[in-house]
Design a protein around this ligand. Structure first.
Ligand SMILES: NC(=O)c1ccc[n+]([C@@H]2O[C@H](COP(=O)([O-])OP(=O)(O)OC[C@H]3O[C@@H](n4cnc5c(N)ncnc54)[C@H](OP(=O)(O)O)[C@@H]3O)[C@@H](O)[C@H]2O)c1
Length: 305
C-alpha cells in the first residue's frame, strides 16, 4: 500500500512510518520537526492551512491516509484554542472530505480523553461523551467532522506510549529517562488508563485497514492501571529504582493547566470481537517496549532528531 502519514514527526506517526517501511511505500508530512536522514520521504507542510491540507491527497496520491497530526499537548490547547480548533477539529474534516471524493481510506486518530471519567468501569464506543478540556472538545469535534462526511473512514480512540524523537512525548519514556538518571518523579494513583505500546497499536491499526474497518473503535489495551503503577512497572522491568516515584493524587498536582479525566479506561471489546484477537495486556506491552529498547530502537529514534 501507498501510505501517507500526517504528523510523521510525532510519537505515533514516526513509529508508524518506521514499522511499515519494509512492507509498504511510506510518505510522511511534518511541520516544525524535520526528521534527520529519514528512511522514508518527508515533506514539510502546514496542515493548519485549509488549501494546503486539502491538496495533499492529490499531491501524494495515497491508498491510505493516517491522520496523526494534531495539537496533542493538553496545556498547549488551553493556551491556543484557535490552533487547537483548526488542527484537531477542522483539519480532520477537510481531510475526510478529500479522502471521500478520491476513494482514499482515512484512518483518523482520536483520544480516550473525550469522556469525563465519571463512569465506573470501561468506556464503550456508545457511551456519552463529555470532554473536559479544549484538547478533548476539539478532538471530539474532529471525530464528528470525519464521520459526518466520510462513511468509510476509520476513527480510532487510542492511548499509547513508546519512543519519540524528543524523548519526552510519552509518559513511558519520561519515566524511563528520569529513572535512568536517578531523578525522582510523581505518579498519579487516581488516574486510570489502558495504553498500548505504540508498535502494538500500529499493528492493530494495519489489520483494521486491511479488513477495511470503518466507523468508531476504541483501540486500547483490555487491561488498565494507574499512572503510578505504570511508572513502577517500568522501573521494575528495566531494573530501576521504583522508590524514586512518589505516589500522589491528581488534585495535589500544581503543574497541570488543563482539566483531565481520571478514568481514561476504554473497552476495546468491539475491535477485539471484529478481529477475533485479544489486544495486548499491560505486561505484554511493557515487555515489547523493553525488548525494543534492548534492541536499540530508542537510540534509532533519538538519532533521527
Ligand atoms: N500520545 C498519546 O498517548 C495519545 C493519546 C490519545 C490520543 N492521541 C492522539 O494520537 C495522535 C498522535 O499523537 P502523538 O502523541 O503522536 O502527537 P505528537 O507527538 O504531538 O505529534 C503531533 C504531530 O502533529 C504535527 N503537526 C502539528 N501541527 C501541525 C501543522 N500545523 N501542520 C502539519 N503537522 C502538524 C506535528 O508536526 P511537527 O512536530 O513537525 O510540528 C507532529 O508530527 C493525535 O491525534 C493525538 O490526539 C495521542
Amino acid at each position: 500500500m501507498r501510505i501517507l502519514i500526517s504528523g510523521a514527526s510525532g510519537l505515533l506517526g514516526l513509529n508508524l512510518g518506521l514499522h511499515c517501511l519494509s512492507d509498504h511505500t511510506m510518505i510522511g508530512l511534518v511541520h516544525s520537526h524535520l526528521i534527520k536522514e529519514s528512511p522514508f520521504p518527508i515533506h514539510v507542510v502546514d496542515l493548519g492551512e485549509e488549501k494546503t491540507a486539502r491538496a495533499v491527497i492529490d499531491q501524494f496520491k495515497p491508498d491510505v491516509l493516517f491522520n496523526c497530526a494534531a495539537l496533542a499537548d493538553l496545556d498547549a490547547c488551553e493556551k491556543d484554542p484557535i490552533r487547537a480548533q483548526r488542527l484537531n477539529a477542522e483539519l480532520p474534516g477537510w481531510l475526510a472530505e478529500e479522502c471521500d471524493c478520491r476513494s482514499v481510506q482515512l484512518v483518523h486518530i482520536s483520544t480516550d480523553a473525550v469522556f469525563d471519567g465519571c463512569k465506573e468501569g470501561k468506556y464503550r464506543e456508545e457511551d456519552k461523551t463529555n470532554p473536559l478540556s479544549i484538547y478533548a472538545q476539539t478532538k471530539l469535534q474532529g471525530e464528528k467532522n470525519v464521520l459526518q462526511v466520510n462513511s468509510s473512514a476509520l476513527v480510532a480512540r487510542v492511548n499509547f506510549y513508546g519512543f519519540s524523537i524528543s524523548g519526552k512525548r510519552s509518559l513511558a519514556e519520561v519515566f524511563l529517562n528520569n529513572l535512568r538518571e536517578g531523578k525522582s518523579m510523581f505518579g498519579f494513583t487516581d488516574v486510570l488508563f489502558s495504553p498500548l505500546y505504540v508498535i502494538d497499536l500500529v499493528e492493530i491499526l494495519l489489520k483494521m485497514v486491511e479488513k477495511q474497518f470503518s466507523g468508531l473503535y476504541h483501540v486500547t489495551s483490555p487491561e488498565s492501571q494507574s499512572k503510578y503503577a505504570f511508572g513502577t512497572g517500568i522501573a521494575q522491568r528495566f531494573g530501576l529504582d521504583a522508590n524514586l516515584i512518589t505516589p500522589i493524587k491528581v488534585a495535589d498536582a500544581n503543574f497541570l493547566t488543563a482539566p483531565r479525566s481520571q478514568n481514561l479506561v476504554l473497552d476495546p471489546g468491539r475491535v477485539q470481537a471484529a478481529l477475533r484477537v485479544n489486544l495486548p495486556g499491560q505486561r505484554q506491552g511493557l515487555d515489547h517496549f523493553y525488548q525494543d529498547f534492548q534492541d536499540g530502537f530508542a537510540q534509532r529514534i533519538y538519532g533521527l532528531q
